[in-house]
Design a protein around this ligand. Structure first.
Ligand code: PQ2
Ligand code: NAD
Length: 205
């Protein structure tokens, strides 16, 4: 059985993370990288999580969990060391159709985390659908070793000229050719492309 890869926009989305230990911290860091609005609910809070709260990157509610804490969340991550509580959180979320991840108990998750490589707007996500997180980690390292380090900024710059290309060129087939040429220019330069590069490519058409 394989999981379907779905990429979702979590920028500004209310994410509730229950628990504030090492495992929760890993999830906080991932969700922060994708600009979610994170609230951590936990009895014991690690120093690193307090530091993020002081930097105003996350909200921390130091308390015992109750259902009020997650009723308005768009995503929930149960990361406590109390397996019965994690199960209860999962059951509540499933009943209320809130996507939920229970750290390291796959059957209780409605979504799971991938190993991933992020460069600007590019994310390469890897999953083994729970078969072996360590093989996902290994594949992630293979991607890190082969993905050129300027691809994120190249993708960003292609995004910036894309609207112009869509306006100026009628067919999808031709637009694709233009983007391939722009990528080749970026690869030669090992960096971003500009509107001038687009003008050059359009002139030679
Ligand atoms: C990708 C990553 C993201 C992250 O966690 O953020 C991730 N696990 C990572 C590492 C890792 N996890 C574990 C080990 C120890 C070795 C081992 O046990 O194999 C290591 C290695 C390490 O720690 O280095 C233990 C473990 N994990 C799960 C179970 C329970 C089970 O299988 O049911 C147990 C046993 C717990 C126990 O024994 O008590 C379950 C899940 N872990 C997943 C994701 C989802 C499936 C993803 C996939 O299939 O690819 C899934 C299903 C749910 C989820 O957590 O979303 C991250 C790599 C981060 C990176 O480097 O990029
Ligand atoms: N640490 C790891 O690398 C690792 C690896 C595999 C699995 N796990 C599992 O993941 C889970 C979390 O691990 P951890 O190391 O982050 O644990 P931890 O003990 O460091 O943290 C647990 C957190 O849950 C909070 N908590 C417990 N009951 C609560 C309640 N009723 N209300 C609010 N908060 C509550 C605690 O206050 C604490 O912040 C555990 O079940 C552990 O077995 C951990």
């Amino acid at each position: 059985m394989a999981y379907f890869p779905m990429f979702i926009d979590v920028k500004g989305t209310a994410v509730a993370i229950i628990g504030a230990g090492d495992v929760a911290l890993r999830k906080v860091k991932v969700m922060l990288e994708y600009e979610a609005k994170i609230t951590v609910i936990a009895i014991d809070v690690s120093d690193e999580i307090w530091k993020l709260e002081k930097e105003k990157k996350i909200i921390v509610r130091q308390k015992a969990y109750d259902e009020e804490d997650i009723k308005d969340a768009a995503l929930v991550i149960a990361a406590t060391n109390d397996t019965t509580l994690n199960k209860r959180i999962s059951a509540y979320c499933k009943e209320h159709r809130i996507p939920v991840n229970v750290v390291d108990v796959q059957e209780e998750c409605s979504f799971i985390f991938p190993a991933y490589v992020k460069q600007g707007p590019i994310t390469v996500g890897v999953t083994s659908s729970g078969a072996s997180p360590v093989i996902s980690q290994k594949i992630k390292k293979m991607v890190m070793n082969t993905l050129p380090d300027y691809y994120g900024e190249l993708a960003d710059s292609l995004g910036k000229v894309r609207e112009e290309v869509q306006k100026k060129i009628d067919t999808e087939k031709e637009r694709k050719q233009v983007f391939k040429k722009l990528i080749a220019i970026g690869e030669e330069r090992k960096g971003r492309i500009s509107y001038d590069d687009l003008e050059e490519v359009l002139k030679k058409k």
